[in-house]
Design a protein around this ligand. Sequence first.
Ligand code: URA
Ligand code: CA
Length: 442
Amino acid sequence: MFSVYEVIKKKRDGNALSKEEIDFMVMGFVKGEIPDYQMAAFLMAVFFKGMTAEEAVNLTQCMVDSGEKVDLSAIKGFKVDKHSTGGVGDTTSLVLNPLVAASGGIVAKMTGRGLGHTGGTVDKLESIPGFQVELPKEKFVENVNKIHIALISQTADLAPADKKIYALRDATATVDSIPLIAGSIMSKKLAAGADGIVLDVKTGSGAFMEKYEDALALAKTMVDIGELAGRKMVSLITSMEEPLGFAIGNAIEVKEAIQTLKGNGPKDLEELCVNLGANMLFISGVASSMEDAFKKMRNAITDGSGLKKLKEMVEAQGGNPEAIDNTDLLPKAKEEIPVESPSDGFVRRIDALEVGLAAKALGAGREKKEDKIDLGVGIYLKKKIGDEVKKGEPLAIFHTSDEKKFAEAKRRFLASYEIGTERVDPPKFFYAKVDKNGVTEM
Ligand code: URA
Ligand code: CA
């Protein structure tokens, strides 16, 4: 038996822990045998001294083993998943997954509702009339085997150790430690059962990892953890200096996803989906080269097969596929009100996080698990970084149903825009790709 004191001290002094020592700490804490104050000290020691790749893998595996593991073995073929470290107005899942499934990839995805500026993917999907985010296991398997895609709400208790440790990290200023974040994210992804995972690690003002160097270190650690666990991994590092696309909300993001599948979407969103999806196809083995993978993704937009796949999925999960052709059938806010620019000039900076909070203030996101989302509300941007704007021209259109919420959201939104007199270039979007062979700049 180990001593908790000795394990904390060993990490405090910068030494690497064995698998047994890590299991002892994590499982002792989960079972309530190790008190919060000792676990908090341990986490702070990890925060300052870091972990080796091997320690991070052992931590992750221990958290995976603390709960249920989704068994996707009844689904034939290579199951591929995507995870983003989170941004504002991130509509990718709704675009990317149908494109991948239409191009020969297999998407069996369980996803959370999420506490954020907007709902998670399943909340967004619920704005499609009739769409069932909860399917019995047999139906889930049947759908994926038949049409190669299902997106459902996660019910399994994945990595409960992570949940308990995260709550303590959140209260002790130990969230932003790369091995702890990597272990936290990857424990849930590994437990979700996919054979291959493509990560989108965001960097910039609206991201968890503001600095590129930190995003790169996080991406490398997660790729190592996944590969050592026998999964095929790729991570892209992309910009979150401003919200993705134009729409930030729920139903309005579904509408944006449909437009993108038709080839009329915002270019940043389309390019991100094509890039992430091409990597998903390549690691799935359904594309012979990256060039072929890109071609398949672009074809699925131009020939309409991605849009058709979304409709098939909606129908297979009880939704009304007509809502995809006629988006007037989606929930709508009471009013659409333009928010005007206070001055002439060029958009120099947008605080993406603040724009997200403005959308949340309109009612697009939830604070607590029990809160209800207003699926119709949201923000539709008219100007992004680099755009010229005249005083009185709309910076955005607010989809709103409540005057008081509108006022607060508008105040937040206007504070998040910086308008200058000089012309500025749009921010760089793609930074790098990380896989088992190393880092490639993009
Ligand atoms: N997201 C997670 O799931 N875990 C972290 O630690 C940070 C972000
Ligand atoms: Ca968007």
